[in-house]
Write a protein of this length. Structure first.
Length: 194
């Protein structure tokens, strides 16, 4: 798979992203899919969310991001603000927006929520060390080529009441990437493949 920045940028520019209707998803959120290139190989910034009582995604691996606020002029601004708040990275100063990929409906604990999540893809232009806030237990960079190759593929046992599912996931350096984050990254990889 061609994971070069040139190819990835071209594929995102040609893509017409799917959006979610406000009728079915009146609340909106945005996340930042921040890529960095080291020796032509992309890595994506992920965080493990802090354990917080009442947080639907407590302890999960995710992109930096969150709910749209009234003060956010756009969903891109939501992704930028949340990234700065959660992991201390200033996308406005240190990254370039490549574009948007397909929005997804939020799912938590097996329930579809009335919220859409829009992923925006950025590429790091000036390296900045992430500084996790109290919302992020830790941050790490996932090597996208290893995920794309199938090397990190595994199954995640998920239980909802009596129902037990084995969901697709990636395991990397003690972290489990599954659920919405896995789905959004898989969507990006499908887009790159063409």
């Amino acid at each position: 798979m061609d994971l070069s920045l040139e190819h990835l940028s071209e594929r995102i520019n040609q893509h017409e992203p799917v959006t979610q209707s406000r009728a079915t998803a009146p609340r909106r959120a945005a996340v930042a899919v921040l890529l960095r290139y080291q020796r032509e190989s992309p890595q994506v910034l992920l965080m493990r969310r802090a354990e917080v009582a009442g947080d639907r995604w407590s302890g999960h691996v995710s992109f930096p991001g969150g709910r749209e606020e009234e003060s956010d002029p756009t969903l891109i601004a939501t992704a930028v603000r949340e990234t700065r708040e959660e992991v201390g990275v200033d996308l406005d100063s240190n990254a370039r927006l490549l574009g948007q990929i397909d929005a997804v409906r939020a799912i938590a604990r097996g329930k579809i929520l009335p919220m859409s999540i829009t992923p925006f893809v950025f590429v790091e232009e000036h390296p900045e060390q992430p500084r996790p806030s109290r919302e992020a237990a830790e941050v790490f960079w996932l090597p996208l080529a290893r995920a794309a190759s199938g090397e990190l593929d595994d199954r995640y046992p998920y239980r909802k009441g009596p129902l037990r599912l084995d969901l697709p996931c990636w395991r990397y350096d003690g972290q489990v990437i599954w659920g919405l984050t896995f789905d959004m990254l898989s969507s990006l990889l499908r887009l790159i493949r063409g």
